[in-house]
Design a protein around this ligand. Structure first.
Ligand code: NAD
Length: 470
């Protein structure tokens, strides 16, 4: 019997890019045993932090050498515009690896105030075998957020790329080997969720599992961890992030509309922090809608390999249908489709959804609550700051928000009032690598990416109490 495989299809035009094996449960468990042996051999975990850092810094150099290959692989597999891959995803992935390598020996444990005959201190130790399950929308960048701190801390890491996007992650692992990472410290297991992902979630040797993907899958993984070895699970999941515009927002000029467009349509809106809900003060609602819809409609929708393309395809026909159905439902409820709302013919075999702006949506309607993960944006008007906060928080998610006002009091009240793990003010941004990233509510459950806090996902604290006789 031949082993089951997944067919990789180009989201751009549906052509077959290749076949990838589905790693079976037995193979997953063999990989975790191997990772455990490698960890216990201390071939990686026993090196000094600086030695580990030097391998990771070499990896970052090799990624820079192969930047164009990495960009092309994510562009082909995920259908992401090549310009985004070149200018955003690949440089940010390289920077992540470098940042975590440089950070590894710049952290300290604690000593406690425990008395003259005791030395008590804490230190953080790697788990041993750890795993990460990745989403398809930022294949390389999400891998880098996990690889950097997990390996810098001395773990053996198993990565499961998303079903459709294994190739840049596999290339990353090949570069890690070239950089001198010992065999078995980083294993990439391609496959699907029900087979490969599920086997990781229930594997008894994996001590920590970091998941980035949808909220529905996060729930399943948490249940599997609970039913198996109670591995520590970190979840980074979906979002429905607001962009809040106070009545002075137009004072930001072109930066406002540019920031709003980037927030809403980066990676065709298939971005966890996408600002898919615009909440705007009623006094500027009409002008904002006119200008934003015009900018959205002017985006160049095209083949992702074309450097001029600003908006590429969505991943699948089913995803496109989910989006257009939601818009049609809002239409039936009396909303106004200002622009877009349908699939457009761009490249045969691909699914391209027009940048869509919907106004006049009924409060609580599905289109304002469901993560559509595409270029679909709703606009709702508010009259007061408190109303804006209430609208912003009236969703199960809490990943990110952006706030546009030049008034400090409003900026702080909104930043503090919004229930989200990340709020940017006067811009749309996830911040740099020094800034922690993690969702609230059903967008995140424990664990933080980026920043020194990311090491907490991949290490566990030990208290050591030494009695001595002075
Ligand atoms: P998904 O949940 O469908 O898949 C994510 C990963 O989980 C894939 O590798 C998949 O194979 C695996 N998986 C699926 N079922 C599984 C199971 N039963 N057990 C174990 N693993 C399983 O998500 P996706 O479509 O790849 O990614 C899009 C989602 O990811 C969106 O909701 C988006 O908001 C979210 N996302 C979040 C962040 C963040 O940092 N918060 C970043 C990127 C994407």
């Amino acid at each position: 019997m031949t082993a089951p495989t997944l067919t990789l299809r180009s989201p751009a035009d549906g052509t077959v890019l290749g076949e990838t094996p589905i790693t079976s449960a037995a193979e997953v468990h063999a990989a975790s045993r191997r990772a455990d042996e490698v960890f216990r051999s201390r071939v990686w975990s026993g090196r000094t932090p600086r030695e580990r850092a030097s391998v990771l810094l070499r990896l970052a150099e090799l990624m820079a050498r192969d930047a164009e290959t990495l960009a092309r692989l994510d562009c082909e597999d995920a259908g992401k515009p090549i310009t985004e891959c070149r200018e955003n995803d690949v440089p940010s992935a390289i920077e992540s690896i470098r940042w975590f390598a440089e950070a590894v020996d710049k952290q300290y444990g604690t000593t406690t105030a425990s008395g003259p005959d005791v030395l008590a201190f804490t230190e953080r130790e790697p788990f041993g075998v750890v795993a990460a399950i990745l989403p398809w929308n930022y294949p390389l960048a999400m891998a880098a957020w996990k690889v950097g701190p997990a390996l810098a801390a001395g773990n053996s890491l198993i990565l499961k790329p998303a079903d459709a996007t294994p190739r840049s992650v596999q290339h990353l692992a090949a570069l890690a080997a070239e950089a001198g990472l010992p065999d078995g410290v980083l294993q990439v297991l391609p496959g699907d969720g029900p087979t490969t992902g599920a086997a990781l979630a229930e594997d008894p040797l994996i001590g920590a599992l970091s998941f980035t993907g949808s909220t529905a899958t996060g729930r399943t993984i948490l249940a599997a961890a609970a039913a198996s070895n109670l591995k520590r699970v970190s979840l980074e999941m979906g979002g429905k992030s607001p962009q809040i515009l106070m009545d002075d927002a137009l004072s930001f000029g072109n930066e406002l509309i540019e920031g709003m467009v980037e927030s809403a349509f980066l990676t065709s809106g298939q971005n966890c922090t996408a600002g898919s809900r615009i909440l705007v003060h009623r006094s500027i609602h009409d002008e904002v809608v006119t200008r934003f819809a015009a900018a959205a409609a002017a985006l160049r929708v095209g083949h992702p390999a074309d450097p001029a393309t600003q908006l590429g395809p969505v991943l699948t026909a089913a995803a496109a249908r989910r989006m257009t159905d939601a818009v049609a439902q809002a239409d039936r409820e009396g909303a106004t489709i200002v622009t877009g709302g349908t699939e457009i013919d761009v490249v045969p075999g691909g699914h391209y959804v027009a940048p869509t702006v919907v106004t006049g949506v009924a409060a609580g309607s599905a289109i304002t609550r469901q993560e559509l993960f595409g270029p679909i944006v709703t606009v709702q008007a508010f009259d007061t700051r408190d109303e804006a906060i209430a609208l912003a928080n009236d969703i199960p998610y809490g990943l990110a928000a952006s706030v546009w006002t030049a008034r400090l009091d409003d900026a702080l009240a909104l930043a503090r009032g919004v229930e989200a793990g990340l709020v940017s003010v006067g811009t749309y941004s996830e911040g740099d690598l020094a800034v922690p990233f993690g969702g609230w509510k059903q967008s995140g459950f424990g664990g933080v990416e980026k920043s020194l806090r990311a090491f907490e996902q991949w290490t566990r604290e030990k208290s050591i109490w030494i009695r001595h006789r002075p």
